[in-house]
Design a protein around this ligand. Structure first.
Ligand SMILES: Cc1cc2nc3c(=O)[nH]c(=O)nc-3n(C[C@H](O)[C@H](O)[C@H](O)COP(=O)(O)OP(=O)(O)OC[C@H]3O[C@@H](n4cnc5c(N)ncnc54)[C@H](O)[C@@H]3O)c2cc1C
Ligand code: FES
Length: 493
């Protein structure tokens, strides 16, 4: 197991002083219920309230502390290299729609920050996608030409302004970055100020169709004409999204850096293993945020080694001091790199909306689809519906489930602070030995569709190798599609 520095937790969410909202303890009727208070859910909520509509938001955990709040929060239309690929695979018009939707998402974020005076450290930055390989320069030139077709200012420079050698970079000026957890806290306050109701710590366990949509939590219910399942990966959908998407995780770390900081702007590498960089500020000073390459959630048995590799790469390439925070974050990919959003079944499930598959670029895309769904509900035209169509064809072999990477044959193979999956009779048991040596046992079968989970030895979570559900060490759900915890089991080991 690799060693790495810093405390467990995310630099944005650990230091957030947010408003809090009571859990749902009643039965409510409303025009629209939104499940999930991330960027998609809160964007839809605010847009609907602005249109004079009624909204209730039901959040499993706390506002803004999940995927959005743990992202690197670049507000950009530079999605690594994408426009040339979209033109080649889907045609000029689709690529143009993608650019237009994301430009609109970026503008909406900036205008809400100004209008609602959200203190979220918004800063204008240049985005660079850099290469270490001179032969890739031609691709950068093609991408700049493709982006320019859609009104995006883009060019290619000889090297990226980084303290290590690069062989060229695609440059998009006038992009931005922010603190995503503070932004969502601000959006939630704006939702509340406009009459929206928000409930936290209220996980939706069931969604029923009783003539209207009914979402059920442990202590309440919301009945609504429309439902927006904005849970990053749908917890339920009339047409399944799990096989159309592929979960991916990243290791993220922050490090103290000196003032003036060694980098100013936002960077992502074009080649694998990919690295993404930006800076931020906390009460003490500047920090560097670094992301490592993607790995399939629950399909790597030594996530700690991924963090150790990331720290090693950062220390070899950038002048950093102490490690501050480390965390994993997860998003979902789609085969054509465009999210799925809208109504999956207009005829049989009218009023049921989903949004997923942001491919790691859900700040702008998530805002665009949140606005699009609000337009649909408010009966306004929106020209991105076919771009994000959740029913468009996809290759059947896109999704790849994996196996638990934590299987052990004897309980003494599990050290203090570690977890493993042990087969006892016909059952897979998720066994964790705490730091005092006490064993804790849960069913290892993910409550979504039963795949045995993998112990994440960096975040200390149980991660599902099939569709990316993540459970805390005690079995409670952190990330869906699962809605129920891993049940405790009594077993003699
Ligand atoms: C490492 C990493 C870095 C990224 N960096 C960037 C970036 O720089 N720029 C960019 O554009 N994109 C970035 N992204 C992608 C972007 O962060 C996501 O696509 C986007 O934030 C997803 O938003 P969301 O609203 O779907 O999800 P979330 O923010 O996770 O919101 C979903 C909410 O639903 C809640 N929920 C789930 N299940 C239930 C339930 N059963 N009942 C009630 N509530 C429920 C969750 O608790 C959560 O609060 C990054 C992604 C990753 C993984
Ligand atoms: S997330 Fe689908 S089986 Fe675990």
């Amino acid at each position: 197991m690799g060693r790495f520095s810093g405390k467990s937790g995310c630099c944005w969410t650990e230091q957030l002083e947010s408003a809090s909202y009571a859990p749902l303890h009643e039965v409510i009727e409303v025009e629209t219920v939104i499940v999930g208070a991330g960027i998609v859910g809160l964007t839809s909520a605010l847009k609907l309230l602005e249109a004079g509509r009624q909204v209730v938001v039901v959040e499993a955990l706390e506002v803004g502390k999940q995927v959005t709040g743990r992202s690197s929060a670049k507000i950009t239309t530079q999605h690594r290299l994408i426009y040339n690929e979209l033109i080649e695979n889907l045609g000029l018009e689709r690529a143009r729609e993608y650019a237009v939707a994301n430009l609109a998402g970026v503008e909406a974020i900036k205008s809400w920050i100004a209008e609602h005076e959200i203190a979220c450290e918004l800063e204008a930055k240049t985005a660079y996608a850099y290469t270490l390989n001179r032969s890739v320069r031609a691709h950068l030139e093609q991408e700049a030409a493709a982006a320019q077709k859609f009104g995006i200012t883009a060019d290619v420079v000889e090297w990226a302004p980084l303290p290590f050698r690069t062989a060229g970079a695609l440059r998009f000026p006038n992009q931005a970055q922010f603190n995503p957890a503070r932004y969502l806290d601000g959006l939630a306050r704006a939702v509340k100020a406009l009459g929206g109701r928000i409930y936290e710590n209220s996980r939706v366990r069931q969604i029923e169709n009783e003539g209207c949509w009914c979402v059920v939590t442990d202590s309440g219910k919301v009945q609504a004409r429309n439902i927006v399942v904005a849970t990053n990966i749908p917890i339920k959908s009339p047409v399944g999204m799990a096989n159309r998407t592929q979960p991916r995780s990243h290791a993220a770390m922050t490090f103290r850096i000196e003032d003036p900081p060694p980098i100013k702007d936002m960077f992502i590498s074009v080649e694998e293993p990919s690295h993404s960089l930006r800076i931020g500020r906390d009460r003490t000073g500047y920090f560097l945020l670094a992301l490592g390459p993607r790995f399939s959630t629950g399909q790597d048995g030594d996530v700690a080694a991924i963090f150790a590799e990331l720290e090693d790469w950062v220390r070899r390439n950038l002048p950093v001091g102490d490690g501050l925070w480390h965390w994993c974050n997860e998003d979902y990919d789609t085969a054509d790199r465009i999210p799925y959003a809208g109504q999956p079944d207009h005829e049989n499930a009218s009023g049921f909306y989903i949004a997923t598959g942001f491919n790691g670029w859900g700040i702008s895309n998530g805002t665009a689809v949140g606005m699009m769904i609000a337009d649909c509900i408010a009966g306004r035209p929106n020209s991105w519906l076919s771009l994000y169509d959740p029913l468009r064809p996809f290759p059947n072999d896109f999704h790849e489930s994996g196996k638990s990477q934590s299987t052990v044959s004897r309980v003494d193979q599990i050290g203090r602070g570690e977890g493993g999956v042990l087969c006892v009779g016909d059952h897979d048991i998720a066994v964790r030995r705490d730091l005092n040596g006490t064993l804790h046992t849960l069913s290892a079968a993910c409550t979504h569709k039963g795949c045995p989970v993998t112990w994440n030895n960096a975040d200390h979570t149980w991660d599902c190798p099939c569709h990316g559900s993540i459970f805390a060490a005690d079995g409670s759900v952190i990330h869906g599609p699962a809605r129920a915890p891993l049940p405790k089991v009594d077993v003699d080991l």
